[in-house]
Design a protein around this ligand. Structure first.
Ligand code: HEC
Ligand code: HEC
Ligand code: HEC
Length: 339
């Protein structure tokens, strides 16, 4: 199964390159979460029975042979329904390049998405109200699959990057990812590469991308938590200062405990990113960004301009203080904080 997955990923990246280069105009329907449900069954009802044949036709066979969830089983399909929506609407599933991906129609994709939007019901329910814009046809936005492949060139297939300078995105807090993309888009967060990429993204695409990358599973979650637990509590060499970071950042050690919630003066939540498993040199570079003001978020700016991170005499950033903490976090497993 490991090999299959690996081959799948190789295939995916090759395909991605070809696809991206060819820049083909294939339309992928996507249904941003903020929009009402897309195409409905003619009678306006939606149930597991209505989508199960689609899962059987386009998903089950490949999934069974690659150890992926059996979507003909209601409980399994429901448990991954958010991913189903993200993956089917973005064109990531059925797996790119497969026969199934060629065969499935836009209406069929929309039907699956409508089922998830309706709460992935077992019994028939009325699909979202006959509505605003006579939603019988699928909504068409520019093909997101091209964009996802472009992102994956730098952020890695499955959202785990292989370069030290490009952060992992898999499993990262969705609201946080969305905020970063919006900040890259309007220039509040400065980085040439990302500013260039984000300026062309619509807000609907940003929603979709944040939710797509947030739903990727970087690791076996159980194993990740277990390893982290052991590392943090049994490591005797935790760099000084690490505990204060853990207080706010993904605290994977307490099973199921959400990230600490921070709010701004108006009571709006400030999303806190997970930094476990993040690239060490990326963590250091972000201290530089907060210190310079290339990222203007008071909480981290205050930390980055303080002793011991700033040398009292020279006023310069003290990388020697940050490096061991960054190394520590980078060795922890990446977790999915949205699960
Ligand atoms: C040709 C093979 C193939 C087909 C067809 C396929 N998948 Fe997948 N699917 C995979 C592979 C491989 C993965 C693992 C991807 C990864 O983790 O990189 C996967 C993963 C998933 C996941 C994530 C599962 C999890 O537990 O994280 C979902 C959800 C999913 N597929 C939905 C679908 C749906 C819905 C269809 C049909 C409309 C479908 N897939 C068709 C190969 C396939
Ligand atoms: C050419 C390489 C490249 C491409 C393509 C790329 N990125 Fe990035 N991305 C980067 C780099 C480098 C950074 C780190 C920027 C910094 O240092 O502030 C980054 C940062 C990010 C961040 C912030 C992560 C964090 O933890 O704060 C997000 C979110 C992001 N990228 C999303 C995307 C998405 C979505 C796409 C596709 C639309 C994409 N990127 C395409 C290189 C790339
Ligand atoms: C009071 C809460 C708090 C504490 C304590 C804290 N952080 Fe943060 N951190 C945040 C928030 C909120 C953000 C997101 C800021 C933004 O949107 O740019 C963040 C962002 C970051 C980022 C950027 C992550 C990325 O994906 O780009 C890094 C790296 C980071 N913190 C490291 C640390 C380290 C190391 C420590 C300990 C020395 C620490 N933080 C302490 C709240 C905190």
């Amino acid at each position: 199964m490991k090999l299959k997955r690996f081959l799948g990923i190789i295939f995916l990246s090759l395909f991605g390159i070809i696809y991206f280069t060819a820049c083909s105009g294939k339309k992928v329907n996507l249904q941003p979460s903020s929009e009402p449900a897309g195409a409905q069954t003619t009678d306006g009802e939606i149930s597991f029975a209505a989508v199960k044949p689609l899962f059987n036709q386009y998903c089950v066979q490949c999934h069974m042979s690659s150890g992926m969830p059996d979507l003909s089983d209601y409980e399994k399909a429901k448990s991954v329904s958010t991913k189903i929506k993200n993956f089917v609407s973005s064109g990531f599933m059925p797996q790119q390049g497969s026969e199934e991906a060629q065969a499935i129609s836009d209406e069929e994709r929309s039907k699956i998405i409508s089922w998830v939007n309706a709460g992935a019901p077992l019994e028939a329910v009325q699909a979202a109200p006959e509505g605003s814009a006579g939603m019988s046809a699928a909504i068409e936005l520019p093909p997101l699959l091209n964009t996802i492949n472009q992102c994956m060139n730098c952020h890695g297939n499955n959202g785990v990057s292989s370069s030290e300078n490009n952060p992992n995105l898999a499993g990262q807090d969705e609201l946080y990812l969305k905020k970063q993309l919006l900040h890259f888009k309007d220039g509040r967060r400065k980085n040439q590469t990302m500013n260039g990429i984000a300026k062309d993204l619509s807000n609907a695409e940003i929603d979709m991308l944040a939710s797509f990358f947030g739903s990727l599973q970087p690791n076996d979650p159980e194993q990740a938590l277990e390893e982290t637990y052991v590392k943090i509590y049994e490591s005797k060499n935790m760099p000084q200062g690490t505990m204060s970071c853990v207080g706010c950042h993904a605290n994977p050690t307490f099973k199921g405990q959400p990230l600490k919630t921070i709010t701004d003066d108006n009571g709006a939540p400030i999303p806190v990113p997970a930094i476990s498993g993040q690239k060490s040199s990326y963590i250091v570079s972000q201290f530089q960004n907060y210190y310079n003001g290339d990222r203007k978020i008071a909480i981290m700016q205050q930390i980055a301009i303080q002793h011991p991170f700033v040398n009292k005499e020279t006023g310069e950033l003290n990388v020697d203080e940050i490096q061991p903490i960054a190394d520590f976090f980078s060795e922890l497993p990446i977790i999915n904080v949205n699960d």
